[in-house]
Design a protein around this ligand. Structure first.
Ligand SMILES: *Cc1c(COP(=O)(O)O)cnc(C)c1O
Length: 372
């Protein structure tokens, strides 16, 4: 049986008429930039996450960039983040001519290791960006404690973790701001690019509302130098339709992850693969179901041949990316991230996946390692 890594059609078919009606309404109004659709979605997400304000922007990458701008990150400042993440976590830092300072991750949960932060801090450290990777929160208590003690801001990269929580508190609501993405493959995916920033701070919200429209608070008067980075009304209208389904989809992802854990265990594969670890207190929403596996490249070739979807998130840690050569890192500097980059493999975990499909995925993995 063929199993795709992601099947967006399966989800669209369930909500097709509501999505198309929302798009038609926006087209009938011909009102595409900001306005009441965007406001309605912002209010709905703030309510869903239990925070005061949400500001829709053009992408998750821009949510990070705008948060850093609002935090006053300037050329030469340092921002601590992890190397085992998507590029844009660090890209926004560099766009402001600030310097990413990489702290390694935990080998079990793949999220920022609080013990690695302190030695990365200098007098120039301005902010920390922990990443809630693959659908679970980073170790927020020690990170917040350290940041508060040093007077440093925490910007959460929650792009993969909308709906995840830690000891009852939602991803994105711990720090100065929380950043989300609606890239179509995220747990709440739009019909194109989109992003959002959440905060409880009214002044920050006002600043972000200005920064997303070129730093202007009234037409053609610019208090700041901002960006053109708005969430489209079309995106907002579609996302508003999808939001009430999010908890159900997230629960199905978690159920699929539990099914894989059981099937892989029953197949006797735990000598060859390490199951994902959920930190105590975390509700994991499994944007990715990611194993650490032996003989990864051979396994990938085997799965590819049999049309079983899979992908490596992420094959090159950021400190070893070509563009970051000038930062002066070498191989061996961040060993956990470097090992993970060699060992991780993500399997299909989208909500509409069937038991038969998961059995097929695990069956092929079992054939590969056990020869049956
Ligand atoms: C998707 C993602 C982003 C960026 O989001 P875009 O909307 O694609 O710009 C940032 N960080 C992480 C961890 C992501 O997964």
């Amino acid at each position: 049986m063929k199993v795709p890594l992601l099947d967006l059609q399966a989800q669209f078919q369930q909500i097709r008429s509501d999505v198309l009606a929302a798009i038609e309404e926006v087209c009938n109004e011909q009102s595409f930039i900001l306005g009441r659709r965007v406001e309605a979605f912002e209010t709905a997400v703030a309510g869903y996450l239990g925070c005061r304000y949400a500001v829709g922007v053009a992408s998750g990458s821009d949510a990070l960039l705008l948060s850093l701008m609002a935090a006053g990150v300037k050329p030469g400042d340092e921002v601590i983040t992890v190397p085992f993440t998507f590029f844009s976590t660090a890209g926004g830092i560099s766009r402001l001519c600030a310097v990413p300072a990489f702290a390694d991750v935990r080998a079990d949960t793949f999220t920022m290791d609080p013990e690695q932060i302190e030695r990365t801090m200098t007098s120039r450290t301005k902010a920390i960006i922990p990443v809630h990777l693959f659908g679970q929160c980073a170790d927020m208590e020690p990170i917040m404690e350290l940041a508060e003690r040093r007077g440093i801001r925490v910007i959460e990269d929650a792009c993969q973790s909308i709906g995840a929580s830690r000891y009852g508190r939602n991803a994105g609501t711990f720090g100065y701001s929380g950043c989300f993405s609606f890239f179509p493959s995220k747990n709440l995916g739009g019909v194109g690019d989109g992003g959002l920033i959440v905060t409880d701070d009214g002044d920050l919200r006002d600043l972000l509302l200005a920064l997303r429209v070129h730093g202007s608070r009234s037409d053609y008067h610019h208090d700041h130098i901002g960006l053109n980075s708005r969430l489209d009304a079309l995106e907002a209208a579609v996302l508003r339709v999808k939001l009430p389904h999010l908890d159900g989809w997230n629960a199905k992802r978690a159920r699929n992850a539990a099914t894989y854990n059981r099937l892989l265990t029953e197949a006797g594969l735990l000598d060859h693969v390490a199951l994902p670890v959920t930190d105590p207190g975390n509700v994991h929403v499994f944007n990715q179901y990611t194993l650490r596996v032996q003989r990864r490249d051979e396994l990938m070739a085997y799965l590819k041949e049999r049309e079983i979807g899979h992908k490596v998130y992420y094959p090159v840690p950021l400190h070893l990316q070509e563009c970051y050569h000038p930062l002066g890192y070498s191989k061996g500097d961040l060993p956990v991230s470097e090992h993970l980059a060699q060992e991780v493999l993500s399997l299909p975990v989208y909500p509409e996946l069937t038991s038969a499909q998961m059995e097929s995925v695990v069956g092929r993995i079992s054939e590969f390692y056990n020869g049956r």
